[in-house]
Ligand binder design. Structure first.
Ligand code: SF4
Length: 206
C-alpha cells in the first residue's frame, strides 16, 4: 500500500474543525505563505512516512475507543500535494460514517480549474473544504480554524450545512496537551505572539 508523509497526528481534538476530530498534519507544502504558523511542515523530505492502511486502522481504533469522534481533518503542510493517498484514506473514513475536513493553501477555483483527477477525488470525499493561503496582511482570527480574511469555507456535501449559518458564533481555541512523558504540546489557533511565548517556556507548538 502507499504511504502518506505526515508531520504529526492528534487523535482527538476539538479545535481543528467541527466536533471531535482525528487530525493529520501532512508534511510538505509548496505554497510557503509568509508568516505561516507551521513552516516546519514545508519540507517534502521531513516528517515520517506512514502506510495509509495503518493510519486508517488507527482512526478505526480511535473511533472504537471514542464514539464521539465525528471526523478526520487533513491539514499541514499541503494536503493536495498528497491528494492521491489522502483521497483513498478519505473514502475509507467516509465509509465509517465520519466526515472529512480538508484545509488547503490553494484557492478552490484554482483547484477545480486544474481538473486534476487526484485533486478532484480528494474534493469528492471532502465534506468541508477550507481554502486559500494565509495572507499576513489580512490576518484575522475572528472566524473559526482560519488565520486570514481571504480564507473560505466550502460546504461540499450536506454534512455540515447546518453550521454554515452559525459559523460566526464558533470561537477559535487553543488546546494544550500534557503527555505522559511530561512533554506539553498545543494545537489550534492563537496569535503568533502567544505561540512564541509558549515556545519560549518550552512548550512544543508544532
Ligand atoms: S498553505 Fe498552509 S502550510 Fe502551506 S505555507 Fe500556507 S499556511 Fe503554511
Amino acid at each position: 500500500m502507499s504511504n502518506i508523509r505526515i508531520s504529526r497526528v492528534v487523535k482527538t481534538t476539538r479545535v481543528e474543525g467541527p466536533g471531535l476530530r482525528y487530525s493529520i498534519w501532512v508534511q510538505g507544502c509548496p505554497i510557503k505563505c509568509e508568516g505561516c504558523f507551521n513552516p516546519h511542515t514545508w519540507a517534502f523530505d521531513g516528517g515520517t512516512l506512514i502506510d495509509v492502511e495503518e493510519l486508517f486502522e488507527d482512526i478505526k481504533s480511535t473511533l472504537e475507543e471514542n464514539s464521539l469522534l465525528e471526523g478526520v481533518t487533513f491539514l499541514g503542510g499541503e494536503p493536495f500535494s498528497q491528494a492521491k493517498e489522502l483521497s483513498v484514506l478519505a473514502e475509507w473514513v467516509r465509509e465509517l460514517g465520519l466526515s472529512i475536513v480538508t484545509f488547503t493553501g490553494y484557492e478552490y477555483e484554482n483547484i477545480t480549474i486544474a481538473n486534476n483527477q487526484q485533486w478532484n477525488r480528494l474534493l469528492e470525499y471532502t465534506d468541508l473544504l477550507i481554502d486559500g493561503p494565509y495572507i499576513q496582511s489580512q490576518h484575522d482570527l475572528s472566524r473559526p480554524w482560519v488565520g486570514s480574511k481571504n480564507q473560505q469555507y466550502r460546504f461540499l456535501s450536506n454534512f455540515y450545512k447546518d453550521i454554515e449559518k452559525i459559523l460566526v458564533n464558533i470561537n477559535n481555541k487553543l488546546e494544550i496537551r500534557i503527555h505522559p512523558d511530561g512533554r506539553v504540546s498545543v494545537n489550534g489557533m492563537a496569535e503568533m505572539t502567544d505561540l512564541e511565548m509558549l515556545s519560549k517556556v518550552g512548550i512544543d507548538i508544532t
